[in-house]
Design a protein around this ligand. Structure first.
Ligand SMILES: Nc1ncnc2c1ncn2[C@@H]1O[C@H](COP(=O)(O)OP(=O)(O)OP(=O)(O)O)[C@@H](O)[C@H]1O
Length: 259
């Protein structure tokens, strides 16, 4: 079953000019309850796809369905309950305490002027535990390192209790141990029924963490399917125009960049 079904989508940031659009007649299915990695060179359209799936950007032609219903049919609050989003990390404008920042993840479940309930606080605590940031909850967000902030942002999205988790380069600032924690978490969440979609520049991370892979080149789909099938040295050579080789570990092939 598809969590997202993109059909014949066209999108351009420059619709009012003659410049060719980023996506033309683009179709893609994101399988539910799986971890999918989206890869492609800089500027190939990965973040734009996430913005389209979140409803932040609208297709100029074609459609996007979420669990079989067109995205426009969902209210902002409904989308907030369905989809958790972790953007590429950046600095935050306010110096929230981490606990309050995590509670922002509950925004679509707390009515205006209501205070968080015990259930909200429990969801935040559980999310902090999953992302391994319990020791950070008393700190302020502007005091955190880039990697700590990335883990906190993941916890905030989990506190939302979404059905789908979209993550834009979620491990770009993480050390190997924390990256592994997030990969394992993504796998476990998919086993628990969540659909996880993340972008990455690291084919090895994609191969290790994801069951499915989507390869994008200049807004075109080079591959969509099983990660082990898609992330071959040959395809990655075509995708990035540099040389990859495969190393066999435990009977499986993993792609490595050749210097
Ligand atoms: N707000 C915008 N206005 C105009 N053009 C944009 C805008 N955002 C992105 N683009 C362009 O759209 C294309 C796709 O950008 P996008 O950010 O989706 O790529 P990406 O694959 O996520 O790149 P990266 O790996 O560098 O993060 C790029 O050519 C980019 O310059």
């Amino acid at each position: 079953m598809s969590a997202f079904a993109i059909r014949k989508l066209s999108f351009s940031y420059h619709a009012d000019t003659e410049r060719p659009g980023l996506f033309t007649d683009f179709s893609l299915d994101i399988e539910a309850q799986r971890v999918t990695a989206v890869l492609g060179p800089n500027g190939s359209g990965k973040s734009t796809i996430l913005s389209l799936l979140l409803g932040y950007l609208r297709p100029h032609r074609g459609s996007i369905a979420l669990f079989g219903q067109r995205l426009e049919g969902y209210s902002r609050t409904e989308l907030g309950r369905h989809i958790g989003f972790v953007s590429q990390s950046g600095s935050l404008p306010f110096n929230y305490p981490v606990l309050e920042y995590l509670l922002l993840g509950r925004a679509s479940r707390i009515a205006l002027w209501e205070t968080p309930t015990r259930k909200d606080l429990e969801a935040v605590k559980e999310a902090a535990g999953k992302a391994g940031i319990e020791k950070l909850v008393k700190r302020n967000v502007q005091e955190l390192s880039a990697g700590e902030l990335q883990l906190v942002a993941i916890a905030r999205a989990l506190a939302q209790e979404p059905k789908i988790l979209l993550l834009d380069e979620p491990t770009s600032h993480l050390d190997p141990a924390n990256a592994l924690l997030i990969f394992r978490l993504m796998r476990r969440l998919s086993q628990e029924g969540l659909t996880v979609l993340f972008t990455t520049h690291d084919p090895l991370h994609a191969r290790q963490a994801a069951q499915r892979a989507v390869l994008l080149k200049q807004g075109r789909l080079l591959f969509s399917g099983d990660a082990a099938e898609g992330l071959t040295a040959e395809r990655l050579n075509t995708l990035y125009g540099v040389s990859f080789q495969e190393a066999r570990i435990g009977g499986e092939a993993f792609p490595f960049l050749v210097l």
